[in-house]
Design a protein around this ligand. Structure first.
Ligand SMILES: Nc1ncnc2c1ncn2[C@@H]1O[C@H](COP(=O)(O)OP(=O)(O)O)[C@@H](O)[C@H]1O
Ligand SMILES: [Mg+2]
Length: 235
């Protein structure tokens, strides 16, 4: 969380990036000369039709995939200079991921799911992990569900568990790919209000959506078409 009046620093700086996927003897040009800077404190939404490259872009930003050409600096560090081990470590430390399908582990209870990023990190004691787990579950309104099975929860509750999980390592950037895509509109609104509150408390968020009604939650919207940005709208 930032102090009021703190200078906004660029968190993500993508310059002239291209991404190709192999397709037989050809290659598929999926991201075309994109430039994007995400500043601390922004709530950026990426909109565009299916196949326009939104998830590929998110995967690149979150160190889940690499660029083919161009440069990527995250928090002033050249991502291309990081080893795969360092990238995995930083991914867990810097990013919180929220997906359309929640991706919770059904064999673990609610708080065990929330604690997972701490378990990978191996830096905090078990007691600290429990305290943080409880804190973030309470923050998403599920303080009484710590020991519940994931499968006993509604879709909206499961997404709130995923939000608590995304927050537990106090990440620099929350990445949400269609976080309301599997929810009805009322539950989706609850999730959006929660993301809005996090942003108002200083969290930087980048979110993919199809739903233009949700752009009112964004501080900036970028539109993609066929691997390019169409225009940028400052709200
Ligand atoms: N791993 C992959 N290998 C080959 N092609 C891919 C891969 N991932 C995505 N694509 C292709 O890249 C394009 C953009 O996909 P994607 O980034 O998933 O778009 P969106 O999230 O906007 O629907 C699509 O044509 C898709 O088929
Ligand atoms: Mg997608």
């Amino acid at each position: 969380m930032e102090e009021i009046g703190e200078k906004k620093e660029p968190l993500v700086v993508l310059k002239n990036i291209n991404k190709y996927f192999p397709a037989g003897k050809e290659k598929l040009h999926v991201l075309k000369n994109l430039n994007l800077t995400i500043y601390q404190g922004e709530f950026i939404m990426v909109m565009g039709k299916s196949g326009s490259g939104k998830t590929t872009l998110m995967n690149i930003i979150g160190f889940l995939d690499r660029i083919s050409e161009g440069s990527y600096f995250f928090n002033q560090q050249d991502v291309s200079k990081l080893t795969e081990n360092k990238k995995s470590e930083f991914r867990n430390e810097y990013f919180g991921f929220i997906f359309q399908q929640f991706f919770l582990i059904n064999s673990l209870n609610v708080i065990q799911n929330v604690k997972l990023p701490c378990v990978y990190e191996k830096k905090k004691s078990g007691r600290e992990q429990n305290e943080l787990g409880k804190k973030y579950l309470a923050a998403v309104g599920l303080g009484d569900k710590a020991k519940s099975k994931v499968t006993e929860l509604s879709g909206g509750q499961q997404q709130r568990v995923a939000i608590a999980r995304s927050l537990i390592n106090d990440p620099l950037l929350i990445m949400a790919d269609e976080p309301t895509g599997a929810l009805d509109s009322e539950t989706g609104t609850e999730v959006m209000e929660m993301l809005k509150k996090l942003n108002q408390h200083g969290k930087t968020i980048v979110m993919v959506t199809h739903d233009k009604d949700l752009t009112r939650y964004a501080t900036r919207v970028v539109y993609m078409k066929d691997g390019r940005f169409l225009e940028e709208a400052i709200q």
